[in-house]
Design a protein around this ligand. Structure first.
Ligand SMILES: Nc1ncnc2c1ncn2[C@@H]1O[C@H](COP(=O)(O)OP(=O)(O)OP(=O)(O)O)[C@@H](O)[C@H]1O
Length: 338
């Protein structure tokens, strides 16, 4: 199946006049006409297949929003190739817009002073949706996102969570094949975040909508995405499965064992393990709790449990998985070395 999004050597460089400070700074800025260049996106390659749910991650200023803006046709690339649904987004903006939905967490596409329903009706006309299709899609989305209570309120009176739900209805009204979500959960409370994630998962599962998600909330990523593309300084650092990313950058798991009570001095059970041919690394033994680190690719959880139990019987245990936040931090930290 051909990809729905194809980026090859995609670049976007911004040029702006160099500003000088000091008493004659403004004059010098105007006279010298020197420019500074920002390489916001600097040779990015990736493809997205139909129905995929991909997280596009990176630290502040990495180039995520710039990439999304190029994919939506708002920005013209400086170089490289970009195709979305077989079209070049900025050359054929209108055709591209018919097949994509966009939600920017920081900005609304709704008309601020109009009641939400009027914004949606206007968008229905812009997308040239036949009346029956408009009604059907509107009813379904309004019910899914529980929008009825504020459908007739002006957008400026809505809470952030309500406004985001309104934006989601607007983005999905014309049944787009691709949904771009740029920090969709920013500023939302826990309940609103869960609702947003459930909705995105449902659209992807039931309607086959392809989703490209940028977020700094790694719970969004863990709950929604199998694949992640990580960029920094406009370049792709990692493109692959989330599970492989974790395995590569956080290969260890931690076994936390509550040891069965025994009349032995504190620490001696950990020493026993250390002196045996134990396949893990003992981190600590304190107040009857033993912590052991092991490499998931080398030894399974069952093997490590059995090995601990052979020497120190356990009353209870937990296996701690790596935190995605740590993984991403390690990945960003590695970029200097790469
Ligand atoms: N219109 C513009 N003119 C000049 N520079 C820009 C413009 N838009 C973005 N940039 C610069 O390009 C770089 C990438 O910005 P971008 O908004 O794509 O980052 P981001 O990964 O989305 O960051 P964040 O997570 O903070 O939203 C930054 O250095 C930013 O200052």
């Amino acid at each position: 199946m051909p990809p729905v999004i194809r980026a090859e050597g995609l670049t976007k460089h911004f040029r702006r006049p160099r500003r000088f400070d000091g008493p004659f700074g403004t004059l010098r800025t105007m006279v010298t006409r020197q420019y500074e260049e920002t390489r916001a996106v600097n040779g990015v390659d990736f493809t997205v297949s139909a129905g995929e749910l991909v997280a596009y991650l990176g630290p502040n200023g990495a180039g995520k929003s710039t990439t999304i803006k190029m994919m939506t046709g708002v920005l013209v690339p400086t170089g490289g190739l970009l195709e979305v649904n077989g079209t070049v987004p900025w050359r054929d903006r209108e055709r591209n817009a018919m097949h994509i939905g966009v939600v920017f967490g920081q900005r609304s596409q709704l008309w601020w002073d109009l009641p939400l329903i009027d914004s949606l009706a206007l968008l229905g006309k812009l997308y040239r949706l036949p009346g029956v299709a408009y009604r059907r899609n509107l009813d379904r989305l309004v019910e899914l996102l529980d929008v009825t209570p504020f459908l007739h309120q002006p957008v400026r009176q809505l809470s952030l969570g309500q406004r985001m739900r309104g934006d989601l209805v607007a983005a999905m009204l014309h049944e787009p094949r691709i949904l771009y979500l740029d920090e969709p959960t920013i500023g939302l409370d826990a309940v609103a975040k869960v609702r947003m994630r459930d909705f995105v998962a449902e659209m992807n599962r039931d309607s086959g909508t392809t989703v490209v998600l940028t977020t700094h909330d790694l719970v969004d990523v863990e709950t929604l995405c199998d694949r992640v593309v990580v960029i920094d300084s406009g370049r792709v650092l990692y493109d692959g499965k989330l599970a492989d990313l974790k395995a590569r950058y956080a290969p260890h798991r931690i076994l936390v064992a509550q040891l069965a009570p025994e009349p032995v001095p504190a620490g001696t059970r950990a020493d026993t393990l250390r002196s045996s041919r134990f396949p893990g690394e003992v981190i600590s033994e304190k107040d009857g709790v033993l912590r052991v680190r092991f490499e998931a690719a080398r030894v399974s959880a069952q093997e490590i449990i059995a090995a601990v139990n052979d020497h120190c019987p356990m009353a209870d245990l937990t296996i701690l998985e790596p935190d995605l936040e740590d993984v991403v931090r390690t990945l960003y930290g590695d970029r200097g070395a790469a």
